[in-house]
Every structure is written in structure tokens, then in C-alpha cells.
Design a protein around this ligand. Structure first.
Ligand code: B16
Ligand code: MG
Length: 217
């Protein structure tokens, strides 16, 4: 029924949103305005460049493309400094167990993330070897809800999209998976991710059987 699983990173495997929040808040404060957790929520799954555009818009500030480049790099330097201290304890519950049981069952695995820092994060939390293929912000040109990131993952694994299941915490990611003609499991709230084939609050609720059931509906 299914032959591959493609995982988003932030919000599915680890909660890097807390580090994004700290770094963006520091930047916003330096520019003279505030940045809230509610605003940070809206940046989930959104690329770095696009996130900065939104933050500047919320702060009512205009910057040239060159200035934006400098600001994005500054934010990323602070962010990288924080993720360099990540440990395996930061893997979200059930993630490692699920990846291991998928691999034991012969299911192929890929990462499908908007982040350009995905490799270092997976290395720091110690699960890089559990992924056969990494598709991230360095390889993708169109961001979610465009299906590119997931289609590239399926292509690299040489598995047809209908046989792939995506795990996503952001609505744009759920839409991207559906545009790719894949099944999608939403991680989060039913009222936000209701469009997904199944919504759970944690990967602890997922096993081979729950995934197989997605194909019998
Ligand atoms: P970086 P995902 C996304 O990760 C984050 O949710 C989003 O907040 C971030 O701006 C984006 O990665 C880019 O990250 O600055 O590290 O390239 O959910 O697609 O794994
Ligand atoms: Mg995410």
C-alpha cells in the first residue's frame, strides 16, 4: 500500500520553532519593534526570506533586498548558534521509534523540509542515518504549498507519489502533500489541519497499522 514516508522537520521531528522565535525576536527588537509567539506561529513551514518579509511588514519597516540579505544572515547566525547545542533529547516523542520501525519494515524514508539547516539539526539529534534522502531549503526553489519538496523526495527514492505518506505540522505543508498526490498525516490540532487524512497530536500515536489503514478508506 505505501512504500515511503516523507517527514517535515520543524514541528514533526523537533521543535526548532522555539529557536526560530528567539532569533527572530532578537532581530525585531533590534529593529525597534516587538515579535510575538502568535506571529511566530504564522512562520511555520515558511522560508527564511519569506519569514523576514512578513516580519518587516508587521513591524512597518521597509528594507532593500541587500539589507534584507544582511538581516536574514544575522538571524541565521544566532539560530545556528542555538541549534549547534541541540541534543538527542530534543527529538519529539515517538519519532525515532517510528523511523526505526519503518526502516525495519522496509519502508523508505526521506526528509522534506524548508530549512537550509536540516542536515546539522538531524546530525545534532542523532537521527541523520535514519533518512535515505534529504530534500531541504538548499534543494528546493518553490516553497510549500507548492508540492516540489515532496515530489523531489519521491523522485529521489524512486517511489511513485501515491505510495508516499507525508508527516506535516503546517497547513501549507498539508496542502503541498495533497498537491503532490500523497497521503498526509497532520501533527497538531484537528481544527487547523483537518484537511489531512489523519490528524494526531504526536507520532507516538502512529504505527504500521495506522498508516496501512490510511489506504483502506
Ligand atoms: P531555515 P520545516 C521551516 O522548517 C520552519 O518551520 C520555518 O519556520 C523556517 O523559516 C524554515 O524552515 C526555514 O528554515 O532558516 O533554517 O532555512 O517545518 O519546513 O522543516
Ligand atoms: Mg514544519
Amino acid at each position: 500500500v505505501f512504500e515511503a514516508c516523507i517527514f517535515d522537520l520543524d514541528g514533526v521531528i523537533v521543535d526548532t520553532a522555539v529557536y526560530h522565535f528567539k532569533a527572530w525576536k532578537r532581530l525585531a527588537n533590534e529593529l525597534g519593534f516587538n515579535f510575538t509567539e502568535a506571529q511566530n506561529e504564522k512562520l511555520k513551514g515558511i522560508s527564511r526570506v519569506k519569514s523576514l518579509e512578513l516580519i518587516l511588514e508587521w513591524g512597518g519597516i521597509e528594507k532593500t533586498a541587500e539589507e534584507q540579505q544582511v538581516l536574514a544572515t544575522r538571524k541565521n547566525d544566532w539560530y545556528v548558534e542555538m541549534i549547534n547545542h541541540m541534543t538527542p533529547e530534543e527529538i519529539l516523542p515517538g519519532t525515532k521509534e517510528l523511523l526505526e520501525s519503518l526502516r525495519a519494515a522496509g519502508i523508505r524514508t526521506a526528509l522534506g523540509s524548508a530549512s537550509k539547516n536540516a542536515t546539522v539539526i538531524l546530525e545534532k539529534v542523532g537521527i541523520l542515518p535514519l533518512f535515505e534522502v534529504l530534500v531541504d531549503g538548499n534543494t528546493v526553489t518553490a516553497s510549500k504549498p507548492d508540492p516540489e519538496v515532496f515530489l523531489k523526495g519521491a523522485e529521489a527514492l524512486q517511489i511513485s507519489p501515491e505510495k508516499c505518506i507525508v508527516f506535516e505540522d503546517a497547513i501549507a505543508g498539508v496542502q503541498a502533500a495533497q498537491a503532490a498526490n500523497m497521503k498526509v498525516v497532520g501533527l497538531g490540532e484537528q481544527d487547523v489541519l483537518g484537511a489531512a487524512d489523519l490528524v494526531v497530536s504526536s507520532l507516538e500515536q502512529i504505527n504500521m497499522q495506522t498508516l496501512t489503514n490510511l489506504y483502506s478508506k
